[in-house]
Design a protein around this ligand. Structure first.
Ligand code: NAP
Length: 291
């Protein structure tokens, strides 16, 4: 059966993923809570903008969701349950807790709507270039049906296990993302105090053992004080709350996560929640004490 995908959530990640689905001829309609965003996408890409989740549900036999947080996914799932036909596929690419993925699957299951948790890694650059790493939880047979949808924007698709296993993998990923950001922002703040030339420093570091996605993609911009999204630090703060909850439930101390949570909490309180996570360098420079 040909997939007719409806996308819910045209944010920094959802919009470029939807554009890839459009390019593959798989996109049936888009919906965004703030309707103007859906209308702008529809005008640019020549697809219908659904005025409601009900309308989207009628146009699609598969739905891709990319919303902010746990409560948002559950809200959307409760609405989808009302409007999707049995046999419809729901693929969630948001980052939420594994237990939330299982709850969303449980909301949809009585309507015989299949659910995959399919969080992604690779940033907005990965979404734009169609080179995301997708970590999937759910039934293998459901993943096979969803594969053409995921292939539209993925460089790698990995079936990690049952529902929630994709989000468990993403939690592990976010420990690394947060730790790398702590180290890179701290190091580059130090480089400024040392008066090192970024044009020579960054390629030199990137050619050695300190190389990372974050250094490569965000090193130069953070040194120029450019923090436009990217990955909003409010979202990483949300992710780290999930990770800490998982650590607590397993009795696993996560001191790197605790430090990052405290740092991003401080930045949020200072009003920088919409900045990219590289805005952490403000704190490492001691700028917040002066603001
Ligand atoms: P974003 O730019 O803030 O977009 C969030 C989207 O979710 C918007 O379209 C928003 O609609 C929609 N939304 C939020 N709450 C909703 C609700 N209750 N009902 C319906 N729609 C709702 O965020 P993003 O960067 O695309 O991230 C989306 C998800 O992907 C998050 O879970 C994030 O952690 C994850 N993620 C992000 C990145 C990244 O680099 N940015 C990478 C991997 C994973 P409005 O336009 O109305 O606000």
């Amino acid at each position: 059966m040909t997939l007719r995908v409806g996308v819910i959530g045209l944010g920094a990640m959802g919009a470029p993923m939807a554009a890839h689905l459009r390019a593959r001829g798989l996109l049936a309609a888009v919906y965004n809570r703030t309707a103007s965003r859906a209308r702008a996408f529809a005008a640019e890409h020549g697809v219908p903008a659904a005025g409601s989740i009900a309308e989207l549900g009628h146009r699609a036999n598969a739905v891709l969701t990319c919303v902010s947080a746990d409560a948002d996914l559950l809200e959307v799932a409760r609405e989808l349950k009302l409007y999707l036909a049995p046999g419809t596929l729901v693929v969630d690419t948001s980052t939420v807790a594994p237990v939330t993925a299982r709850e969303a699957a449980g909301i949809l299951a009585p309507g015989r709507i299949d659910f995959l948790d399919a969080p992604v890694s690779g940033g907005v650059e990965g979404a734009r270039s169609g080179a995301l790493s997708v970590m999937v939880g759910g039934e293998a047979a459901v993943l096979e049906r969803a594969r053409p949808l995921l292939e539209a924007f993925a460089a790698r698709i990995t079936h990690m296990g049952p529902t929630g296993a994709g989000q468990a993998t993403k939690a592990v990923n976010q420990v690394m993302v947060a730790g790398i950001a702590e180290a890179v922002c701290e190091a580059l703040a130090l480089s400024e105090k040392l008066g090192l030339d970024p044009e020579r420093l960054l390629p030199t570091l990137a050619a050695g053992a300190a190389q990372s996605w974050f250094l490569e993609k965000r090193g130069a911009t953070m040194l120029r004080n450019e923090f436009a999204v990217g990955f909003k630090l409010a979202l990483l703060h949300k992710d780290l709350g999930i990770v800490r909850g998982i650590g607590e439930s397993l009795g696993v101390p996560l001191p790197v996560v605790d430090k990052a949570l405290a740092d991003y909490g401080e930045l949020l309180a200072a009003g920088f929640g919409e900045d990219d996570i590289s805005g952490l360098i403000r704190l490492k420079r001691g700028e917040l004490r002066r603001i």
